[in-house]
Design a binder for this molecule. Structure first.
Ligand code: TXA
Ligand code: MG
Length: 324
């Protein structure tokens, strides 16, 4: 199956028809590319789990066109979820709410809750709107990569991973580059299950209350704790000084090593400069890790970014990538 230009209305139509038939389609979102199937069809959703090699107990996020779409899957939308949706949809925030009985059973991996997100990418929005017109009110879509691997941020990344097996809608390189923020609104206190590009302060100001950390929960959400988002090479996070010392003793003709750093001099051809802006790093991070892998490096040294609120999403992904 081809990579189709997502800016073309006939490509959207072809993709929507395929989804309505229960087939898989890869779609761009503002965060990362997703591997989509109609959420109301457990067989179609099963094909996502098989394609990714994802354990069946890892729930998927259901993507909807708007609040009405969310109402097709939620048992209730509580005030917290409503606030987040009103302020941040369409956009990179996923809310976990109680699931409507019998809906999207496979996507939710049987949990009594469901993750809902309304993406802002124009191609995703056009696709969701066309699907809704065909009676398909939600698309279950995890990141379009094999389980545990780095999420794709271009159509080429997806095609490299899934070859010719499905339609890939090309919407260009993703603007944000790391996955959506996930807030569990189904619990007594709102829980930040996965940080993203929005800062904790922005979310707390929307909610009017503090977010609880996932680590403080008795039962961790499946798929949020173990190593994830990892390149093939071994990634090591290093403090600025430690990295500087290590680099100063390495010969310039070293092979098998790549460095991603804000401060290291580009004396060595394998040093790639990390931008100072966390949003710029989020945007390029997964593509950079994929480039390193494609170059065949065995070891990636990453200078640890500042421990600051605006770096939380990037630091979370780097930590996971380093913990294999
Ligand atoms: O930005 C994103 O969210 C991307 C794009 C494609 O929208 N999607 C994405 O999906 O990152 P995925 O499957 O790679 O990550 C979904 C995360 C998992 O960590 C899963 O555990 C969590 O969402 N999740 C989904 N439903 C949940 C639920 N009912 N309760 C707790 N966690 C849930
Ligand atoms: Mg993923």
């Amino acid at each position: 199956m081809p990579v189709l230009d997502g800016a073309r209305i006939d490509a959207i139509e072809q993709a929507a028809q395929a989804l309505a038939r229960g087939e898989l389609v890869a779609m761009p979102t503002e965060t990362v590319y997703g591997l989509a199937a109609r959420a109301d069809d457990d067989n179609a959703v099963g094909a996502i789990f098989r394609a990714k090699g994802r354990p069946a107990d890892h729930p998927l996020i259901v993507h909807v066109a708007d609040r009405d779409g969310a109402l097709a899957f939620a048992a209730t939308l509580n005030p917290r979820a409503e606030r987040l949706m009103a302020h941040h949809w369409p956009g990179p925030v996923t809310v976990i709410v109680r699931r409507a009985e019998g809906r999207a059973e496979a996507a939710a991996a049987g949990l009594p809750t469901i993750g809902l997100r309304c993406p802002s990418h124009p191609v995703a929005r056009a696709l969701l709107a066309r699907c809704a017109a065909l009676g398909v009110h939600g698309l279950a879509a995890p990141s379009a990569n094999r389980f545990g691997a780095v999420s794709p941020t271009t159509a080429a990344h997806v095609a490299a991973e899934f070859g010719d097996a499905l339609i890939v809608l090309d919407g260009g390189a993703c603007d944000l580059g790391i996955e959506s923020t996930i807030v569990d609104c189904s619990t007594r206190r709102p829980v930040l299950l996965r940080p993203g590009v929005l800062t904790r302060a922005e979310l707390e100001s929307t909610l009017g209350e503090a977010l609880v950390d996932a680590d403080d929960q008795a039962t961790p959400a499946p798929g949020t704790l173990e190593s994830h988002y990892a390149p093939k090479a071994t990634l090591r996070l290093m403090e600025t000084q430690q990295l500087g010392r290590a680099l100063s003793v390495l010969p310039a003709n070293m092979t098998g090593l790549a460095v991603y750093s804000r401060s290291a001099p580009r004396r060595h051809r394998w040093v790639r400069t990390m931008p100072d802006d966390p949003k710029a790093v989020a945007r390029e991070l997964y593509a950079v890790l994929r480039e390193f892998d494609a170059a065949g490096v065995k070891l990636i040294w990453v200078e640890r970014p500042p421990d600051m609120p605006e770096w939380e999403g990037v630091n979370d992904r780097l930590q996971r990538a380093a913990s294999t």
